[in-house]
Design a protein around this ligand. Structure first.
Ligand code: HAM
Length: 457
């Protein structure tokens, strides 16, 4: 890798006390022929989302908020970092906790971590504030995981999600799954499939993990070495290995469905019956385990048929009936999901759905008389409820008209010396034809409202 570029010599940086930053490994002075770039770029595995692409993010989050609101979920805002112990409760054996957490000591020596997912913070907030149950919240959040970046896998990704805490009712599982299925439908996605499984009661889960570990230990030599290493630490995680050698061992592994008690069977049957009643197609995948350790009973994952298998998990979740207790609260059941925004948008692109038109103002004000009229008119138009933009820096008429065109505005409002003298403005439609007109300054707002459509505010 080329050294981090900086336009300043190290001695200069050191003088300002920043030369010791690990990123500034050397003062690389580019050769005159070498292309120079900015000294910093977004960290590996992260991305900037610029307008107009960010319009799709806005629209997606708004759509999700609408679905969640209609189902009675309220928005929860909580800190992006927590005491590391909050996340450690997700399972010391999981990769997310063991290898991928962005943890650090703050200046007061507290051991904190950036949130790798949304659920643990919600549960911590539940325990701290003891709200009335069932507590139904939704969130949109970045999540940080030190993973190997690849298509659809980032070190900072973003999730929309819900959590419903305080009821063991299997119909709540159905509500949560139906909410996510409805969201994908609302985006226009069609190539989405749903797989479900159960981990049973906490006791079922422990017994099943032991049975799987026994089976894997009996075939240790036949496992792929990377999976063999997980057998003691996290045997259930081996179940979703895609490696061929491991797959052969798994073919004869015990199934969770054979070791469930009656309560767990009844819960799972009620969930499946609910999905059938709502017409939500699904398959039972007895090997579905998911990467976090807190799950009990229902587990589910939505997969996109339009993405490769490495990145096709576009949302998933399940019950975590022991997590509230693990975080210091009274025994309280909970269920929720998280769905990756980047992956959902990749799926929308692959399926050619949910295209969001670029944002455009209604009116672009062109002023070649010094800018004061543009300054005042844009604000007046916005106060009247119209979208208005303008150019700055006293650009020429030609440059301002070009900017007007680029802005996507339907109409340009032009102020030149003639207009000022007559106390008028010129209104020129930029799209959809129509003639240019001179209008008295006092009539500009009603005139534009009529021109842009009567449904304007
Ligand atoms: P998760 O399966 O780890 O579950 O993540 C949820 C979703 O986030 C995934 O289905 C995927 O769409 C997206 N995702 C995860 N990691 C990445 C990544 N590195 N890059 C891009 N997208 C990613 C959870 O986080 C649980 N908190 C879900 C939950 C909520 N369970 C119960 N309640």
């Amino acid at each position: 890798m080329s050294p981090q570029r900086t336009p300043w010599p190290v001695e200069v940086l050191n003088r300002f006390g920043i030369g010791g930053w690990p990123r500034l490994r050397s003062a690389h002075v580019p050769e005159p022929s070498e292309p120079t770039g900015p000294p910093f770029a977004a960290p590996i595995g992260t991305r900037d989302v610029l307008p107009p692409d960010s319009r799709r993010w806005e629209a997606l989050v708004a759509r999700f908020a609408g679905e969640a609101d209609r189902a009675g979920y309220g928005l929860l805002l909580s800190p992006l970092f927590e005491s590391v112990g909050v996340f450690a409760r997700m399972g010391e054996g999981t990769d997310v906790v063991r290898k991928e957490m962005y943890d650090f000591a703050d200046k007061g020596g507290r051991h904190l971590a950036l949130r790798p997912e949304g659920t643990a913070s919600v549960v911590r907030a539940f325990v701290e504030h003891h709200p009335v149950v069932p507590w139904k919240v939704w969130y949109v959040t970045p999540a940080f995981r030190y993973e190997r970046p690849q298509a659809g896998r980032y070190r900072q990704h973003h999730q929309v999600g819900v959590e419903a805490i305080g009821s063991p009712d299997p119909d709540l599982d159905v509500e949560v799954i139906a909410l996510l299925a409805g969201f994908y439908r609302a985006l226009g996605l069609e190539q989405v499939s749903l797989v479900v499984n159960t981990m049973g009661t906490p006791a079922d889960r422990v017994a099943y993990a032991a049975a799987v570990a026994d089976h894997l230990r009996a075939h240790l030599g036949d496992l792929d070495p990377e999976d063999a290493e997980k057998v003691d630490r996290h045997p259930l995680r081996v179940l979703d290995s895609k490696r061929r050698a491991t797959q052969q061992v798994l073919a004869t592994a015990p199934s969770i469905l054979d070791s469930l008690d009656d309560v767990a069977v009844a819960h799972f049957e009620r969930v499946r019956a609910g999905l059938v009643a709502l017409g939500i197609a699904h398959e039972v995948e007895p090997r579905l385990v998911r990467g976090l350790d807190y799950y009990t009973h229902t587990l589910f994952e939505f997969r996109s048929g339009a993405l490769s298998s490495a990145q096709n998990a576009i949302g998933g979740g399940g019950r975590y009936d022991g997590l509230v207790e693990a975080l210091g609260g009274p025994p309280t059941p909970g269920i929720g999901f998280g769905a990756g925004i980047e992956r959902i948008l990749l799926t929308c692109e692959a399926e050619g759905v949910f295209s969001v038109p670029p944002g455009a103002v209604d009116v672009f004000v062109v002023d070649v008389t010094g800018g004061e009229r543009a300054r005042d008119l844009t604000v007046a138009l916005r106060r009247a409820g119209l979208g208005a933009s303008r150019a700055f820096d006293a650009r020429s008429m030609k440059a301002q008209m070009k900017a007007a065109d680029r802005s996507g505005a339907a109409v340009a409002v032009i102020v030149g010396p003639d207009e000022v003298a007559a106390d008028e403005i010129t209104v020129r439609p930029l799209r959809g034809g129509g003639d240019q007109q001179r209008v008295a300054s006092a009539d500009v707002v009603p005139h534009l409202r009529a021109l842009l459509g009567e449904d304007r505010p």
